[in-house]
Write a protein that binds this ligand. Structure first.
Ligand SMILES: [Cu+2]
Length: 192
């Protein structure tokens, strides 16, 4: 049989709702799923692409998920120049001052969370979550995070957020995905 796991009817689904200690929705958390059975060797691609734009003195999106090996473009749409950098262990780099409608890029070769800043504008904060699984998404404004088509069986589900308390700003739980089933959970995150 050919790639049974990629057919939705034979795969599992995850529907999380993420809230903080006060019950408010948590936006821009990153949820990833690593099935115990492993993942396909096919290249990982996400529909949202691999660009982090600088516009109105901010990074857009503020949180970007990319697969390991992705080259991320950092186009500048502002009139002012930016100086993009990261001190995070998975990707230490800097892209020196560059101006409007110019773009620069960087290739992310190690999985992990990379905090992105600008040397000129301290208020500019972005995050690139480099992942080694195709099962990944960010939570929306209502705190909802949905992933479909997950390989059935046991899996490790990880929730990351830049303000999460604890090691590596993330928590993990084990869940078992059944064919055609959806696991719904509300998870309360301890944020700083
Ligand atoms: Cu800047």
């Amino acid at each position: 049989m050919l790639s049974v796991a990629s057919s939705p009817a034979f795969a599992g689904n995850l529907a999380l709702r993420l809230v903080d200690a006060e019950g408010k929705p948590v936006h821009d958390a990153v949820v990833t799923v690593h099935p115990s059975a492993g993942i396909s060797a096919r290249p990982i691609r996400f529909p949202w692409g691999t660009s982090m734009v600088q516009q109105d003195i901010a990074f857009h999106p503020r949180v970007l998920i990319v697969p390991v090996g992705a080259t991320v473009a950092f186009p500048n749409r502002d009139k002012v120049r930016h100086h993009v950098y990261s001190f995070s262990k998975p990707a230490r780099f800097e892209i020196k001052l560059y101006g409007r409608d110019e773009t620069r890029s960087y290739t992310f070769r190690t999985a992990g969370a990379v905090a992105i800043g600008c040397n000129i504008h301290d208020t500019m904060n972005g995050y690139i979550k480099v992942v080694d699984t195709p099962f990944a998404t960010t939570s929306d404004a209502s705190g909802a995070a949905r992933i479909a088509g997950i390989t059935p069986g046991d899996a490790t589900v990880t929730v990351w957020h830049p303000r999460m308390r604890g090691r590596d700003n993330q928590i993990s739980l084990k869940l078992g995905f059944a064919q055609g089933g959806t696991i719904g959970r509300q998870i309360t995150l301890a944020l700083r």
